[in-house]
Design a protein around this ligand. Structure first.
Ligand code: DQA
Length: 145
């Protein structure tokens, strides 16, 4: 059975109460539960991790090599700043699907730049928590090829 790491970055622990007009009312626990259930239906084992710390996220990406076959990543604001996360993804050579709840391209200009996108399989943005489900579908399809 393939394993997928669902990795959420800074401030995503506050989902549900954080700017609900932008990010919706679902909590991180809801998102993670949805990912585990949808993963099950696709025959994927899903492990979830959230961290507010860039280094912890980098360690998680390194540790995913050999233990997981793909990563669903919402790097939060580190998306727009972190060369280190980009390098970590490039180093492990695992398929990564970049997810954002909001449509980052319809927001402030500084959110249009993603350091994750060039090293990701693809990016899903603007579909709220449904984006995580779409990302798991994309990885499952990738594993089947
Ligand atoms: C986000 C978008 C980022 O710009 C922001 O910093 C976040 C959340 C999203 O899911 O829409 O923390 O990644």
């Amino acid at each position: 059975m393939s394993s997928v790491l669902v990795l959420n970055g800074p401030n995503l622990n506050l989902l549900g109460t954080r700017q609900p007009e932008v990010y919706g009312s679902v909590t991180l626990a809801d998102v993670e539960g949805m990912c585990i259930a949808h993963g099950n239906s696709l025959g994927l084992k899903v492990n979830c991790l959230q961290s507010n710390h860039e280094g912890v996220m980098i360690d998680a990406i390194h540790n995913a090599k050999g233990t997981h076959q793909g990563i669903v990543l919402n790097a939060g604001a580190y998306t727009h700043t972190s060369v280190a996360l980009m390098d970590a993804i490039a180093s492990v050579e695992l398929p990564v699907v970049e997810v954002h709840l909001s449509n980052i391209h319809a927001r402030e200009a500084f959110r249009h730049k993603s350091y994750i996108a060039p090293v990701a399989l693809g990016q899903i943005a603007g579909f709220g928590s449904q984006g995580y489900v779409l990302a798991l579908d994309a990885l499952a399809a990738q594993f089947a090829t």
